[in-house]
Design a protein around this ligand. Structure first.
Ligand SMILES: CSC[C@@H](O)[C@@H](O)C(=O)COP(=O)(O)O
Ligand SMILES: [Zn+2]
Length: 198
């Protein structure tokens, strides 16, 4: 049901995230848009660095319901569905639990100022103060999605973090989403180091 090339692209992104230590244990989830009603997403509880593409990537609708009844999608599926529903250009969403994102997000608001790498998000200058929204963690993912929704509707951020939990990044396809995740992780790590030097 999930095209083999889509499943393999997500499995490859999972391996790359794992190589950086961004998906420890069964942490993280990855998805890609299939059409205007369905996405492919990682099964809940699998190691995202060691996925078997044809069994560990499954199809769900935009309400997060699996197309095959006994398949269990990611616990955070609704956060992915929300991004596809709100932003038609979004073709892939990646979520990881890096140490830097986990630690920095517990320290309050995050703003990136004067980083050249902000240009990875389409800005044309480094002379900017760009916020990275931080939301309190919540095991009720529907409620967390509701909390985030007004901010997403107001203006799409460069990504967001859930405090003590991890980062969400997205892009037009899996490769683009990976680039943006990599850039976000770089900025988060810089900010963490900068604060430690103070
Ligand atoms: C290893 S605990 C992490 C989970 O609670 C969750 O945050 C996560 O990212 C992975 O959940 P999953 O249901 O496998 O997509
Ligand atoms: Zn998570």
């Amino acid at each position: 049901m999930v095209p083999a090339d889509v499943a393999e692209a997500l499995a490859e992104a999972g391996r790359r995230m794992d190589s950086h230590g961004w998906v420890p244990g069964s942490a993280g989830n990855l998805s890609a848009r299939l059409d205007d009603k369905h996405i492919a997403i990682t099964r809940s509880g699998v190691h995202k660095g060691r996925m078997v593409p044809h069994t560990d990537i499954i199809a769900v609708d935009f309400e997060g319901q699996p197309l095959v009844d006994d398949q269990k999608p990611s616990a955070e599926t609704l956060l992915h569905c929300q991004l596809y529903r709100l932003f038609p250009p979004v073709g892939a969403v990646l979520h990881g639990h890096s140490i830097a994102a986990t630690v920095l997000s517990l320290e309050g608001p995050i703003t990136f100022s004067n980083y050249e790498l902000l240009k990875a998000f389409g800005f044309t200058t480094h002379e900017l103060d760009i916020p990275l929204p931080v939301y309190n963690n919540d095991q009720d993912i529907a409620r967390l999605a509701q909390l985030i929704e007004p901010d997403l509707q107001a203006a799409p951020p460069i990504g967001y973090v859930i405090a003590g939990h991890g980062v969400y990044a997205w892009g037009t396809n899996v490769e683009h989403a990976y680039w943006r995740l990599e850039a976000l992780e770089f900025l988060i790590s810089c900010e963490l180091e900068r604060r430690q030097m103070k």
